[in-house]
Design a protein around this ligand. Structure first.
Ligand SMILES: Cc1ncc(C[n+]2csc(CCOP(=O)(O)OP(=O)(O)O)c2C)c(N)n1
Length: 641
């Protein structure tokens, strides 16, 4: 529980101007208070601790220098915005962070007038800031526009599209590059190396000196060249510092600046205000700053569940529980790759989140972290597949949304053997609307050549991973966040029985209603069916579809010929989802006449944050929701008539 004492500075702050009135000493004190509240809250309710701790001083300096009553502030990803939330009238409700009906873990325009742009997916801030700068100029207004983007988020092409346009348009805006050398894990990519502080270390400095003296040694023109290089705007200093890159994008580069030095930051932001052009302020911060456990292990504390605040220790989980779906995919991929040297694992900045960190340990030469650039990950995989490799693209369902065109145009159109593993498919919980993986069925099931499946439990998931590599062409598997149901451990991959393509399994016979369930909803449907039998005497059959594409058409038609009342169940959006596919199949086969069909799935609305269990209940896709739909489909029969 967050403790904000009445005597604290934080208790007196409800809007940004309350911060800008404070002197430097009070700002330093406030930084300490913010850290304590953020650590306390994350220790009980979980959240993005390390990113938020890293920008406490930066946030205060921005609030001191700018007037966010009129100036605009856009956080990239928004997982670092807890101090921002606490300073904008949400301290009282901070204990509800990420909870059902509480405040969101990310900035949201609907939540607060100082959340100027909603975020969750990375690398959008520069584009949005440019849009706001152009809107300001069109409207004849004068305010400042500031965006804050991390070095990890700068690995996405979208960030460069924004820089490219912003530099060309030359509008007044400030991009703050929050460089902590980390994404969730260690940051990757050539830019990350380029930004690296190693630039100011002896070797490159010596290289600069040597380069200058080499220039000077060129007969006749050398001395002039060296002098020109030293003096000109494109001087060697600029050339060999991060400024070079941003100056090439026509940004004025300022930095690097210590991102924990509030007076220095305020000074720089005040100066940039007079510049009528795009400016990039390069700020160096430490992820997890001010909390030793998070400083020492920023990857673990990037996004955490509960922990012991004094020590940072995490309560030990009782051993021997079911494995997570993520672990099953990572483990199965590793073992398949032991014998099949064509398998390459690809992650977009989430080795731990996708379980591919074990692949990195076991097969480092065939593991690639491309950074936060899901579209590139897919086309990169297509290139590998075109040369006979079998890339496993492991990306959360929500982030794969970005790669739709690459999936269609680069992979499926060419029928390339890219295997997609969509983690966190379904309602993910506390991260909320930006992170739920509920659209993948709708955005993939119409793409030709793709085989698309979803397992009922972790054992079936292992079979599907093996099947993905035994099936030619593109294959996708979707599976939920969290642990499995405790299904019996599958045999080693080589001994796994391959599933028949496009065939599901009838798990429960029945006479009154047929439930056609997919993936995570199969077991709730089974349990619901058992309860309905006991409670209402309803006889409910349950079919595990397994395949979204190709649909188990033959079996569906046989079953549909027997049942007048049908319920489809999925953990995905109803519009264009699995139930829609079943309806299309029945309609196309002329089997709709006289049938009562209900679809259970996520309704046409964005689902907010909360515990997965609470959200499934609210969306009507939990066991109770399934039972209600079956009862409704059964009609009079359910009432015993
Ligand atoms: C499109 C997309 N892919 C993946 C993620 C998951 N993600 C959240 S934060 C993060 C790392 C961001 O690194 P950086 O911008 O440097 O911020 P830091 O956490 O280091 O402060 C990642 C990969 C995301 N939010 N959006």
């Amino acid at each position: 529980m967050t403790d904000i004492t009445p005597h604290s500075l934080l208790a007196r702050i409800v809007r940004p101007t309350d911060v800008s009135r404070l002197g430097m000493d009070d700002l330093a004190r406030l930084a300490g208070e913010l850290r304590r509240v953020i650590i306390d809250q994350c220790s009980t309710g979980g959240g993005h601790l390390a990113p938020s701790l890293g920008v406490v001083e930066l946030t205060l300096a921005l609030f001191k220098a700018y007037d966010f009553e009129s100036d605009k502030l856009i956080w990239d990803v928004g997982h670092q915005a807890y101090a921002h939330k606490l300073l904008t009238g949400r301290a009282e409700r901070f204990h509800t962070l990420r909870q059902l009906d509480g405040i969101s873990g990310f900035p949201r325009m609907a939540e607060n007038p100082y959340d100027h742009f909603g975020v969750g997916h990375s690398s959008t801030s520069i584009s949005a800031a440019l849009g706001m700068a152009v809107a300001r100029d069109l409207a004849g207004q004068k305010h400042e526009v500031v965006s804050v983007i991390g070095d990890g988020s700068m690995t996405a092409g979208l960030a460069y599209e924004g820089l490219n346009q912003a530099g060309d348009m030359g509008r007044r805006m400030v991009v703050v590059l929050n460089d902590n050398e980390m994404s969730i894990s260690k940051n990757v990519g050539a830019l990350s190396r380029f930004l690296s502080r190693k630039l100011s270390r002896p070797a490159p400095q010596r290289f600069k000196r040597e380069f200058e003296s080499w220039l000077a040694s060129i007969p006749r023109i050398g001395k002039d060249l060296a002098m020109y290089a030293r003096r000109s705007e494109d001087s060697l200093k600029t050339f060999f510092t991060p400024g070079m890159l941003f100056e090439a994008f026509r940004f004025t580069y300022v930095g690097p600046i210590d991102g924990h030095d509030i007076p220095a930051l305020v000074d720089v932001f005040e100066q940039t205000k007079g510049m009528d052009r795009p400016v990039l302020v390069h700020v160096l911060t430490k992820k997890g700053m001010g909390y030793k456990p998070a400083e020492t292990n920023p990857t673990y504390f990037h996004g955490v569940g509960g922990f012991e605040p004094e020590t940072g220790l995490v309560p030990a989980k009782p051993g021997g529980g079911p494995k997570s779906y993520t672990e099953v995919v990572g483990g199965t991929l590793c073992r398949l790759a032991d014998t099949d040297k064509r398998i390459v694992a690809i992650t977009a900045a989430m080795p731990e989140g996708t379980g591919t960190d074990c692949f990195l340990q076991r097969h480092p030469e065939r593991f690639v972290d491309v950074g936060i650039c899901e579209p590139h990950a897919v086309t990169f995989a297509a290139g590998l597949a075109a040369q006979g490799f079998l890339p496993a693209v492991c990306i959360y369902s929500t982030f794969l949304q970005r790669s739709y065109d690459q999936i269609v145009h680069d992979v499926c159109l060419q029928n390339l053997g890219v295997k997609f593993f969509l983690d966190r498919a379904g309602l993910v919980g506390e991260d909320g609307a930006t992170h739920h993986g509920i659209f993948d069925i709708a955005y993939l099931r119409h793409v030709p050549n793709l085989v698309f499946m979803s397992p009922k439990d972790e054992a079936e998931l292992a079979q599907m991973v093996a099947m993905a590599f035994a099936t030619p062409g593109p294959v996708a598997v979707r599976y939920p966040r969290g642990v499995g149901i405790g299904a019996e451990a599958p045999p080693p991959p080589a001994e796994l029985e391959l599933l028949p393509l496009g065939r599901g399994e009838l798990l429960r016979e029945g006479a009154d209603v047929l439930v056609i369930a997919l993936g995570s909803r199969v077991y709730p449907a089974l349990e619901g069916a058992q309860e309905l039998e006991a409670e209402h005497g309803l006889s409910v059959a349950v079919f595990n579809a397994r395949f979204i594409k190709p649909l188990p058409v033959e079996q569906l038609l046989e079953l549909a010929a027997r049942f007048e009342r049908i319920v489809t169940v999925e953990e995905g959006c109803l519009a264009g989802g699995f139930g829609s596919a079943v309806l299309e199949c029945l309609a196309d086969s002329g089997l709709m006449a006289g049938k009562t069909i209900r679809r259970v799935g996520v309704p046409d609305a964005f689902i907010e944050h909360g515990k997965p269990k609470e959200l499934r209940a609210r969306a009507g896709i939990d066991k109770a929701g399934i039972k209600a739909a079956v009862v409704a489909a059964a009609g009079k029969k359910a009432l015993g008539s």
